[in-house]
Write a protein that binds this ligand. Structure first.
Ligand code: ZN
Length: 428
């Protein structure tokens, strides 16, 4: 038989059930173990955390399991931290289209995180309370880790070979020039506290309100330019695994990412979390609430992540392939994982809601019902529904094109962008 003839013979079709079965078995074999530990020392009692190792994309189907770990560092009270702990996960999940398979689910997650954070913020602000909270929210599905964050809690990744990377960005006005410019452009004032004699003290803060963060959930008494829109980063670990250290600023004010990773390498997660807290305390004393979660994503039922040195060849591959984007959850990702490289699937930190929700937001144009891209409430057709319509409508955009926002969420969007006067601040 010649080459041409061989290529003409068609492969017989494989029944869908067989394909799904294969995928499930592969996922099962490939799925890593997730082990975790937690430690905390309270000074003000405003740190909260969430550990949910047993979530399921399809309820009742264990092969669709994923886990969630989060830290909420509250300020000016605890109600925002508690509210976010109780509602954020549900708000994120409700923004993912129902029935999505694993790949679609992971692709929809970054956008759902944005919607969930903003929805939680709107709901909390409606309560009229003034506290606020940072959030570092981590979703682990197989080898894929997705981190969304506002504020100055941090999540680091320590991979085999001792490469430590930061999966969050710092939303402290002191550290983040881009955020200072954004806040100032939206009508906020950034400066230090003035004390007797006109001396300026402490970190840069935003006025009115005096908050030193540029993003948070809550903070009703601060300008709306302090936004709840998270920085989101999604990576796929190699099947050698990795360790996440998620902690509030009580840790990071005392330890660098490298110091924290080094202080607990080679130890089981539970002990590792305790050691990181102890190390932070040793160098700085208990100045703030200090909470630490350590999460190991490991290939087999071993007690902890075994540190090893990477082969030189792997570094060449990292720089050769560079960044990958959401569509790359397929074959190339698997190839890269096999050689021990952490692959970046997605990263976006813009504070502009329109840039974060995308145009292909799911809606059924035949049903005559549109879903708000943030709060998921059904909306009857209305020409002001599209994010592209209204007073800031640009001639190039189409008013019937998604994403769609309800009146409440649109008001929030405009306020965050400084497009309506900030409501009078609450003075105590
Ligand atoms: Zn809405």
């Amino acid at each position: 038989m010649s080459q041409t003839e061989v290529s003409r013979i068609k492969t017989p079709l494989v029944p869908l059930a067989t394909l799904i079965g294969r995928e499930l078995r592969n996922e099962k074999v490939e799925k890593p173990f997730v082990k975790y530990g937690q430690a905390a020392l309270a000074k003000k009692g405003e740190d909260y955390f969430l550990i949910k190792p047993d979530c399921q994309r399809i309820p009742g189907n264990p092969s669709t399991a994923f886990s969630v770990f989060a830290i909420f560092d509250g300020h000016n009270g605890i109600s925002a931290a508690i509210f976010a702990k109780e509602h954020l996960l549900e708000n994120v999940l409700s923004a993912i289209p129902q029935g999505a398979n694993r790949e679609k689910w992971l692709q929809a997650l970054p956008r759902a995180l944005v919607a969930g954070f903003v929805k939680t913020d709107i709901e909390f602000q409606q309560k009229g309370e003034t506290s606020g909270t940072t959030v570092t929210f981590v979703v682990i599905d197989g080898w894929t880790v997705t981190v969304a964050s506002v504020g100055d809690s941090r999540c680091i990744l320590d991979t085999q070979g001792g490469v430590v990377s930061l999966l969050t960005v710092d939303h402290r006005l002191e550290e983040n020039e881009e955020e200072r410019e954004r806040v100032t452009a939206s009508g906020g004032e950034v400066g230090r506290l003035n004390v007797f004699g006109g001396n300026e003290v402490g970190p840069l803060r935003c006025w009115p309100g005096g908050l030193c963060l540029s993003r948070s959930i809550g903070d009703t008494d601060v300008g709306e330019y302090i936004v709840p829109i998270p920085h989101v980063k999604q990576v796929k670990l190699s099947n050698a695994g990795g360790r996440l250290i998620i902690a509030s600023d009580g840790i990071w004010d005392a330890l660098s990412s490298e110091m924290a990773a080094k202080s607990c390498r080679g130890l089981p997660a539970e002990l590792a979390a305790k050691l990181v807290v102890k190390e932070a305390l040793r160098s700085r004393g208990l100045k703030d609430d200090t909470t630490c979660l350590v999460v190991d994503i490991i290939p087999s039922e071993q007690p902890f992540l075994i540190p090893s040195t990477p082969r030189k060849k792997q570094n060449v591959l990292t720089s050769f392939f560079g960044k990958k984007y959401p569509n790359s959850l397929g074959k190339s990702a698997n190839k890269l994982s096999a050689v021990g490289v952490v692959e970046e699937l997605f990263e976006e930190g813009s504070a502009m809601l329109a840039e974060r929700l995308g145009k292909d937001f799911p809606s059924d144009p035949n049903s005559g019902i549109f879903k708000c891209a943030v709060c998921q409430a059904d909306q009857p057709p209305n020409e002001n529904l599209s994010m592209n319509s209204g007073p800031f409508f640009s001639p190039s955009s189409k008013p019937w094109e998604g994403p769609f926002l309800c009146a409440t969420c649109r008001k929030k969007k405009d306020a965050m962008e400084g497009k309506r006067p900030i409501k009078p601040t609450i003075t105590v």
